[in-house]
Design a protein around this ligand. Sequence first.
Ligand SMILES: [Zn+2]
Length: 176
Amino acid sequence: MEIPVLKAERFEVKARPDFAAKRVTLVFTGTLDESVKLRAVSTYLFNSKGDFAETALDLSGVSAISSAGVREWISLLALVGEAGLRWRFSSLSEIFLERANLFPDLLGRPRAAVSVVAAPYYCAKCDDRPVFEQRIAELRFDGAEPLLPSHSCARCGGKLEFDELASDYFKLFRSS
Ligand SMILES: [Zn+2]
């Protein structure tokens, strides 16, 4: 079941409730900018507060965030945090994680748990940039440097390189 929570021109939020498991996943997609007001999201969470023990936020479909969007997002988290709601991030897009590296409050204060983030790789030979899912629980570090799994190019079979500065990209998930 999927419930529309918010629909803007280039942004939408849907709820996928699992009443048996007392869990709801909110799925965010599109461009979060000054045209988006997230009040409908906090209203949905407040109204359904008794139904769910767990709220997951899926941001894998967030393709852009403006500075107004950053402010709007941080005030949403502050509002639902003050109301005593707890959440975790089931998935983050590359854009969202890059923004969170600049503004860590995007992940809540105190920071909420993150399950999966987008991990972009690159094949220089094919000029291809496939994006994989990296589970944070499986991420290990050697100092500041994350030990990333190796992936092969689906076209040429060659070894893919991680396409960001890995120590910066994953810096929020270092254990120390
Ligand atoms: Zn290739």
